[in-house]
Design a protein around this ligand. Sequence first.
Ligand code: SF4
Ligand code: SF4
Length: 203
Amino acid sequence: MKKVIRDYGKFLSMTSETFGAATKKHSVKCKRGCHECCANGFFDITLLDALHLRAALKKVPAAVRKRVIAKAEEQLDILEKKKAFSRKNPILKTLKDIDSVSRRSAKMSCPALENGVCLLYHHRAHICRIFGPTVRGPRRAVRLEGCGYFTRDIPESDLPILDNYEAEEKILRAMYTKAGRKRIRDIDTIIPAALTLDMEKWL
Ligand code: SF4
Ligand code: SF4
């Protein structure tokens, strides 16, 4: 599994490079000082992101790791009390599951966010790297809905999001094969669970 996680790390770095080049070319960037998308509740991430984030925790200073884990545990306690999430079954299988946990965590910020800074920036999830501008394909078809703060859209030719999903799926497939599964399972989780639980057993 270590190789799969390493390959995913390389894929994420390439994604960031492509995103950086596209935003530079179109002169767009995040609203100054904004970290809204990290502070308005949890969104779903793949189990591949979850394994990658958890492995990344070993690479950050112990004090940072301790703070991030403590905040994630505290948030999971609250979500469990609200019956919005369960550590015993930390996977999200449907849009309804995802919607429910996002709504009930709406006032929580990501456990990695501290004073407006992402403590796990170099290890952040796929969506954290591409979210922001709206990406449009041919005939202005929306490929990725943006946050609304970006002044210009980015064409798919500069941020080939569908190719990205395809490449991601290849690594996802390798992860499930390694776990002894015959096919990809369409399941996700949330960042606090990724940082505190061993998600490998849920593959
Ligand atoms: S991992 Fe970082 S970029 Fe992603 S939501 Fe958390 S704080 Fe934001
Ligand atoms: S992507 Fe949008 S919401 Fe998120 S930090 Fe940038 S400007 Fe703010």
